[in-house]
Ligand binder design. Structure first.
Ligand code: B12
Ligand code: SF4
Length: 475
């Protein structure tokens, strides 16, 4: 019998730091497109509980009324419990519904997750496309589950991990994300603080993984320490498709690392030929050294719609950067921020506090550094031991993890103390960081009165009671 498949984006808490937004469920759209291509005849549906404003009860009713044979969901660490609850609800509706989860968190915790959540039938580890199609077909044909590479599951109360599946070599073979399955929600997706309430927000993917190995990051490990990219032509075509077919304007490139060195020039050449370059607002993230070493490309990418770039500056201390295995220098951060500003691109810097040797004084130095660096947007985060990171292994071994509630692994909650600061002091330091950057009277007034409407919106959001007050309440 043909399967009917339901991809579920469950009800979730949003990340209050970045204000009001509603993202398209990108991981599910990317997977669904491949399933649709490879499993003709299979009935595929996506329910996005955020966009449809469904709570848990609403989701249950939806599953009851649609009778899927397989329910699939995706999440990273902070979303662990919402994924488990989705599977639990599916099993409440019918024990016969097969539940499948995937994504970074479950890939790194298959034993723990299968033990903690009996409602999960299968975990797809690592890259999802080939594995999930293989699993769906095997379930349909009552084939051998033991032969499906890349999955973990329970059998007779034992947890089985089938061997890993090799990665896809040519990412151009993947279809465009299946936005047609959520077409009625497209008008609802937005990221107010970054692009305005009425600007259509879509996510696409140009590359997977990273060749660097930062100790707090899951991404290089999840993607086998490799950086694979689609061709520049394919990325430009995908951007054009999303813009012309669906009116996508604020386009977020999900790539872990943009790697201008490898494809910045080619992407410029490709986008230069597209009409949509004047309509799009392209966002991507890259390293400070990538910008510092390719300053010439930044102006060019601005010409073809690049509008906002996020960089992991992380810290001012060269020693801490070494501990994080970041491989960048503070001088790269200055060059990167200056280059972005000179080219009229929103300069977004990420900082991390809470390293083992952090003290009140070292965090104060980081605050001063970040103010001096003067990005347009500064986001401060707490060092979070995500499963799959080198930091997690160290922290677990040394007993540093004080909060094991994954819902708090959102980089805004302090999870660990440092050698000299308690967890609550780290939390307070985080609040001080935001207060120093956004709360200063002169800066705040300049921001709130800025000619740039988005800068105004952002400063109102950050400096207004909302973010600072919420962060204060976490102390
Ligand atoms: C876009 C994005 C967002 C968007 C929303 C994304 C969304 N659709 O919900 C926004 C900006 C809102 C966001 C918010 C946050 N994000 Co975010 N985000 C991303 C980003 C850049 C891209 C996500 C994406 O579409 N990836 C592309 C897909 C295809 O990759 P994938 O999810 O890994 O999926 C593949 C496999 O893992 C597998 N798979 C995945 N799910 C499933 C499910 C099934 C059933 C199967 C079979 C397979 C499978 O198959 C897929 C294809 O091969 C990622 C980084 C990244 N490159 O992934 C960070 C990332 C996921 N975010 C992260 C974090 C920490 C957050 C926040 C907590 C805080 C923050 N600092 O931003 C908040 C949390 C919000 C919330 N409560 O959910 C971290 C997660 C770390 C971790 N290990 O938990 C990441 C990895 C960034 C990073 N470098 O650290 N995020
Ligand atoms: S933090 Fe950035 S540079 Fe470091 S490994 Fe992760 S994706 Fe790569």
């Amino acid at each position: 019998m043909k399967s009917s498949i339901l991809f579920v984006e469950p009800p979730r808490n949003f990340w209050f730091v970045m204000g009001e937004y509603l993202p398209p469920p990108s991981s599910l759209l990317i997977l669904a497109a491949y399933v649709e291509q490879e499993c003709p005849g299979v009935d595929i549906d996506i329910v996005d509980c955020q966009a449809d404003q469904l709570d848990w009860q609403g989701l249950q009713k939806y599953i009851e009324s649609t009778h899927p044979s397989i329910v699939l969901t995706s999440g990273f660490t902070t979303n662990t419990y919402t994924c488990a609850r989705t599977c639990e609800i599916a099993k409440t509706v019918s024990e016969d519904i097969v539940t499948i989860v995937g994504g970074i968190h479950f890939s790194f915790t298959p034993d723990e997750s299968l033990q903690s959540f009996p409602e999960i039938d299968y975990i797809v580890r690592g890259e999802g496309e080939l594995t999930v199609v293989d699993l769906i077909k095997t379930l349909e044909n009552k084939g051998k589950i033991t032969a499906v590479q890349g999955i973990s599951y329970r059998k007779n109360d034992k947890i089985i991990h089938n061997p890993a599946r090799p990665l896809i070599e040519n990412l151009d073979t993947l279809p465009y994300p299946a936005y047609h399955l959520v077409e009625e929600n497209l008008k609802r997706y937005h990221f107010t603080m970054m692009a305005g309430r009425n600007t259509r927000y879509m996510i696409l993917e140009g590359a997977r993984g990273c060749e660097h190995q930062c100790s707090f990051c899951t991404q290089w490990n999840h993607w086998g320490s490799r950086w694979r990219t689609k061709s520049a032509k394919r990325i430009a075509d995908e951007i054009e498709f999303l813009n012309e077919t669906y009116g996508g304007v604020f386009l977020w490139l999900a790539d872990d690392h943009m790697k201008l060195s490898a494809r910045g020039k080619q992407l410029y050449e490709e986008l230069k030929q597209k009409r949509c370059k004047d309509d799009i607002m392209l966002f991507f993230q890259t390293r400070t050294d990538d910008i510092a070493h390719h300053q010439d490309l930044i102006g060019k990418l601005r010409e073809v719609g690049t509008y906002w770039i996020m960089c992991g500056v992380e810290n001012d201390s060269e020693e801490t950067l070494k501990e994080y295995k970041k491989g960048t220098k503070t001088s790269d951060a200055y060059t990167a921020m200056n280059t972005l500003r000179q080219n009229d691109i929103f300069a977004h810097a990420m900082f991390v506090i809470g390293a083992r040797r952090d003290t009140h004084e070292s965090i104060e130095r980081l605050r001063q550094f970040s103010v001096d660096l003067a990005p347009d947007v500064a986001i401060y985060t707490t060092l979070t031991p995500f499963p799959g990171t080198v930091y997690y292994e160290n922290a677990k071994k040394n007993g540093w993890i004080e909060d094991t509630n994954y819902a708090n692994y959102d980089m805004a909650h302090a999870i660990m103390s440092t050698e000299s600061l308690t967890r609550s002091e780290v939390q307070e330091e985080l609040w001080r960081c935001y207060r120093a950057f956004y709360g200063s009277v002169t800066k705040g007034i300049a921001g709130v009165l800025s000619k740039n409407i988005l800068k105004r919106t952002m400063y109102r959001h950050m400096a207004g009671q909302f973010v600072l007050e919420k962060l204060r309440r976490l102390i």
